[in-house]
Design a binder for this molecule. Structure first.
Ligand code: NAD
Length: 424
């Protein structure tokens, strides 16, 4: 656990100072960062993870500060190219601190694989035949992954669903697998493939698709936080945040952007820790549909004291083993900084970051609007893309803010002025 996630003036520090502060707070040595700088993830290493590789692609990696999760302070590693995301998460976490920070929980880490059976003559009877022989099927599946069983995971149940499609009724056999500290896709896919022949023979049909479902609704993580009324800006701000939330709950056009704000936090931690962003995103999409209608993943309400209470519950299929988690040096470093002991701890940290991000975006939208906060970072990006050096960038940022003109053509004309020695 981080000693104290409130690192004073973190955002104004140099990169070197931030490294020292993270090393001090976590008790990890600064060698962790040297390892990232020494090009330890080469294109040759990358070629083991993916195909047609000729290079590696870097992104900004930082930590969100101020988080307390279940009573322990934590630094939250985030990789994102988007301005304001890490600052916003840190700011929201600061507003949750007076009320104890984030409180989290999870289901067991259960992923599901689906086996699709086609050409089944009697689907209802096939369903019961498969259920009658489930112990045998479960044993066969578990035999594929002794390591998983040894660490306490393995198949915990089997369900059979009948899905009426356009031309036939499909019998779908779901293996419910506790994948412990893995994301679990490969583990459950292997099991589904291994048992599919037996299952098809019992059902009296043919097995076609054998793959996990990314609708990981048996692997949910939840976060809850109470955001301090005064730090948020008072009663009116809370009422406006609630109007913003209620619109997201009622209107899919707003809900999509509301949930995108949540995913700004979620995907950044998923990516930083070497996990599969698309699997988590697919889980989020499927979970955002309730009774056939797309809606907000989070909820907000006012408690008896007038503070704002937010909750977020969603599938969180992430791991500490498997995939890129152990292979990518930045992911390894991020996992050390996060100081999580299990995939479940990581999943809960990620959901806390999503809730923080969500609240921060709602607050800005319900008060000053997003552009003001974005201004200086946006101006910096514009200056950088015009090729300005650090000194020129500082001047350009000041001028753009003063003129309230955030246009590339203006950046170029200021840069031309500076370089030709012409003053204003
Ligand atoms: P994996 O197979 O590399 O690692 C999991 C294995 O690690 C387990 O099967 C187990 O044998 C072993 N293990 C050792 N210690 C363990 C512990 N403490 N807890 C759990 N398992 C332990 O990876 P995976 O997690 O099965 O699959 C993840 C990868 O699958 C990701 O790279 C993902 O991108 C990819 N993938 C995703 C999809 C999808 O989401 N639709 C489909 C295919 C593949």
């Amino acid at each position: 656990m981080a000693e104290n996630s409130r690192i004073a003036d973190f955002r104004n520090m140099s990169v070197a100072e931030r490294r020292n502060a993270v090393a001090d707070t976590t008790g990890l040595g600064t060698e962790l960062f040297e390892q990232l700088d020494s090009n330890s993830f080469t294109p040759e290493d990358a070629a083991d993870l993916s195909e047609n590789i000729f290079g590696v692609f870097s992104l900004p990696l930082g930590v969100a500060t101020n988080f307390t999760i279940n009573g322990s302070d934590a630094l939250v590693p985030m990789a994102t190219e988007e301005a304001s995301v890490i600052a916003a998460a840190s700011n929201a976490a600061r507003m949750a601190r007076p009320k104890g920070g984030f409180f989290t929980s999870s289901t067991e880490p259960v992923m599901q694989a689906q086996i699709q059976l086609i050409n089944v003559a009697d689907p209802q009877a096939a369903r019961t035949r498969v259920l009658e022989r489930q112990a045998e099927i479960i044993d066969l599946a578990n035999a594929q992954d002794p390591k998983l069983v040894e660490v306490g995971g393995g198949v915990k149940g089997l369900e059979v669903r009948l899905v009426e499609a356009r031309t036939s009724t499909y019998v779908l056999v779901h293996l419910l697998v506790d994948v412990r500290d893995a994301m679990g896709a490969n583990a459950v896919n292997t099991m589904a493939e291994a048992v599919s022949g037996t299952v098809a023979a019992i059902a009296g049909g043919d097995a076609l698709l054998r793959i996990l479902t990314n609708k990981a609704d048996r692997r949910l993580s939840r976060a809850r936080a109470t955001f301090d009324k005064d730090l948020l800006g008072g009663e009116e701000v809370i009422d406006n945040i609630l109007h913003a939330y209620e619109l997201a709950a009622a209107d899919p056009y707003r809900a999509a952007t509301h949930n995108k704000g949540i995913m700004n936090g979620i995907s950044a931690v998923v990516l930083a820790t070497g996990n599969d962003t698309r699997a988590v995103e697919a889980g989020a999409h499927s979970h955002a549909v309730v009774d056939g209608r797309y809606t907000s993943l989070s909820t907000f309400e006012k408690n008896a004291d007038g503070d704002l209470v937010g909750t977020l519950e969603m599938p969180m299929p992430v791991g500490l083993v498997g995939g890129a988690t152990k292979v990518h040096p930045a992911a390894r470093a991020a996992l050390q900084i996060a100081e999580v002991a299990s995939a479940q701890d990581l999943a809960e940290m990620i959901v806390a970051a999503g809730l923080a991000q969500n609240l921060a975006a709602l607050r800005v939208l319900a008060t000053e609007g997003v552009q003001r906060g974005h201004m200086s970072l946006h101006a910096k990006n514009l200056a950088a893309s015009a090729g300005a050096n650090a000194e020129e960038t500082a001047i350009i940022v000041d001028r753009l803010i003063e003129e309230r003109a955030f246009r590339f053509d203006r950046v170029q004309s200021i840069l031309d002025e500076l370089r030709s020695g012409v003053s204003r």
